[in-house]
Design a protein around this ligand. Structure first.
Ligand code: HEC
Length: 152
């Protein structure tokens, strides 16, 4: 047991030493960049999407990110909104929902990307919140996917 007393302090010292170089580097980095802070995903936490959600989609979709969104949609959304967005998913009857047809370009035309983000993240009425099941980028990809139903 006594031995520990001799081993621990040098270990702690070492640990501190190895951390030191990282600290100054981290503190100078933000000062060097004059660019305004990115809208750093405030929705990371379980809290509702904050008012700081950008109105325009900051995400550039890739084939991969859209495939991922499609997969999420199939699991989390299609049971209500329908696989193709027609608003006739399996739960519609049981839950007595009447959903708009997402394939109709008029359905989402008055909603901004930011509004759609908040709707998907926070849920609304009988629509459950996607919340932390999806990362902010994934929610933005869902916004793109949902809009794409009207383009086919
Ligand atoms: C339990 C059924 C249900 C699920 C699951 C669900 N929604 Fe909804 N969704 C609704 C309802 C009900 C509304 C209408 C909400 C309102 O305006 O009160 C809605 C509204 C919407 C709207 C706005 C257009 C409209 O029809 O009013 C979009 C876009 C949307 N949902 C996307 C999604 C996405 C994306 C998912 C999956 C992440 C999802 N929803 C999951 C039930 C659901």
């Amino acid at each position: 047991m006594l031995k520990l007393l001799f081993v621990l302090p040098p270990l702690l010292f070492l640990a501190l030493l190895t951390q030191e170089p990282a600290a100054p580097a981290a503190s100078t980095a933000p000062a060097a960049q004059t660019a305004p802070a990115e809208p750093a995903a405030p929705a990371d936490q379980a809290a509702p999407a904050s008012a700081a959600v950008p109105q325009n989609n900051p995400v550039k979709p890739t084939a991969e990110s859209q495939a991922h969104a499609k997969n999420t949609y199939s699991i989390d959304c299609a049971m209500c909104h329908g696989e193709n967005g027609n608003g006739k998913g399996d739960l519609v009857g049981d839950m007595k929902l009447s959903l708009k047809d997402l394939r109709d370009p008029d359905t989402l035309k008055d909603m901004s990307d930011g509004e759609l983000y908040t709707l998907i993240h926070d849920g609304k009425g009988k629509m459950p919140a996607e919340g932390d099941r999806a990362k902010p980028d994934d929610v933005w990809n869902l916004v793109i996917l949902v809009r794409s139903f009207a383009k086919k």
